[in-house]
Design a protein around this ligand. Structure first.
Ligand code: ADE
Length: 231
């Protein structure tokens, strides 16, 4: 049965790119069922208002709870079991490869894209009555809204669903699986503009190649991401 992801956003066309590439094929093959909803479908005023000024004052606008409540109700009414609600937020827990693996095991995710000033806090409390809730951040920087974060998460999660990536071994070798960065890769020609492919890779000595690659992984992890080595 397909993994289902509902996305609620005020920018549904943002997700048109899901038609292309690997995830588009996964959708065509019935592995991934992504449904994008326009939050404004659940407004009832002529301006289709989704935000309002913050109580207590301050900059920016806050997303009103009512359309969100109706959106979550409609999606849950159409679901077989309680979903996991994911709200991209710079104030969330960090989204990592481990989070992606967790989410890939969930049959139904609902991703609510808010603008970065936020969604009325009561929406999260209400969502917690309908299913589990996760606020997740892509990293320590601020985006204008949850859409780009949602796209990144859909791609990271989608490619872990069995059958989406053609060669499952490619999932095991890459950066962040195994806690080290990936080793450097080379293809033909062996010499290009004066740069040569490391000789060891042409040696045919598979044991020596594996050892060299491991050294490279450790060296570049120490250089670029000492935090991954606890250093
Ligand atoms: N929305 C705005 N900034 C974000 C971030 N860094 N991660 C997830 N969602 C966001």
């Amino acid at each position: 049965s397909a993994h289902r992801i509902d996305v609620v956003t005020i920018f549904p066309s943002f997700f048109d790119v899901l038609e292309v590439s690997l995830l588009g094929k996964a959708r065509d093959r019935g592995l991934l069922d992504v449904r994008v909803h326009d939050l404004r479908e659940w407004t009832h005023d002529r301006h289709r208002t989704v935000d309002d000024t913050p109580y207590g004052g301050g900059a920016g606008m806050v997303m009103k709870p009512e359309p969100w409540g109706e959106a979550l109700d409609a999606i849950v009414a159409d679901a077989a079991a309680p979903p996991v609600f994911v709200f991209p937020s710079p104030a969330g827990e960090m989204f990592t490869q481990a989070t992606a693996r967790e989410f890939a095991h969930e049959p139904h995710l609902v991703i609510g894209c808010g603008r970065y000033e936020g969604i009325d806090e009561r929406v999260f409390e209400y969502a917690a009555r309908l299913g589990r809730v996760r606020l997740v951040s892509l990293g320590d920087y601020v985006l204008n809204g949850g859409e780009v974060a949602a796209m990144a998460m859909i791609e990271a999660v989608g490619r872990l669903i069995p059958g989406v990536v053609g060669n499952p071994e490619s999932l095991l070798e890459e950066s962040h699986e195994g806690g080290l960065l990936e080793y450097p890769s080379y293809t033909k020609p062996a010499s290009w503009r004066g740069y040569d492919v490391p000789e060891i890779l042409l040696s045919g000595n598979h044991g020596a190649i594996a050892a060299w690659r491991r050294e490279q992984q450790i060296a570049r992890t120490r250089e670029r991401r000492p935090d991954l080595l606890g250093e």
